[in-house]
Ligand binder design. Structure first.
Ligand code: G3P
Length: 217
């Protein structure tokens, strides 16, 4: 499973990228706002840092302007994936941009039917939001399963990019189901390393190192 980082925080991306844990980056207007940076500037910096796809989201809601914005975003770098919302206009923009050879990430997906339409419109990535479904007591992982089944049934090559990932369990479940990509905040990716038995075992080893005076250097 590919790991994308869901942030526009350059330092956080650099830290994980140096460990080989960044296959791409996703941003959205809320993350750009959080960064306090200009969208074009910060996106360029991210694209210079990371080899994989960097999703940058349009701001318009009509297809024509989405396409214009998408083309401007595509000028930033070769690894830009234009992110459009899963509306009918977003699908029109997806079709036009993907027909022109661009990578397109269709976001804010909350149903299998929406995912089916995105695949038909040529999306490179579909972004189903797990956490936001869980927030309203629906099952975000069931959506990932549905989309996996639908895409496999018909051989669509649109990649399932599991988004709105909030916990390490979301990551594990997405990997079990077979999501192609997951995007998570840096803190969630780092938390994948944590296990209480690792901490407990290490505490014992450290106590033994201390009491036995074990030294390597
Ligand atoms: O990639 C989409 C993601 O940023 C949304 O996450 O936690 O705001 O639902 P969240």
């Amino acid at each position: 499973m590919k790991f994308f980082v869901d942030t526009a925080d350059i330092e956080a991306i650099s830290e994980l990228n140096a460990l080989g844990m960044v296959d791409g980056v996703t941003t959205n207007p809320s993350l750009i706002k959080k960064s306090g940076r200009d969208i074009l500037e910060v996106t360029k910096e991210i694209c210079d840092l990371v080899d994989g796809p960097v999703s940058a989201e349009v701001t318009a809601t009509d297809a024509e302007t989405m396409v214009k914005e998408g083309k401007k975003l595509l000028e930033i770098a070769d690894n830009i994936a234009v992110k459009v919302p899963l509306t009918f206009d977003g699908l029109k923009a997806c079709k036009e941009l993907s027909d022109g050879g661009a990578m397109v990430n269709v976001t804010l997906c909350f149903s299998g039917n929406q995912a089916l339409l995105a695949a038909k419109a040529g999306a490179t990535f579909i972004s189903p939001f797990i956490g936001r479904l869980d927030d309203i007591h629906l099952d975000g992982l069931e959506l990932i399963e549905d989309i996996r089944t639908i895409y496999d049934n018909y051989g669509y090559d649109t990649e399932i990019l599991a988004a709105s990932i909030r916990t390490p369990n979301h990551v594990l479940d997405c990997a079990r189901i077979g999501a192609d990509v997951m995007t998570a905040p840096p803190a969630v990716i780092k938390a994948l390393a944590n296990h209480p038995l690792t901490d407990k075992g290490l505490a014992t080893f450290l106590a033994d190192i201390e009491s036995a005076g074990i030294k390597i250097l």
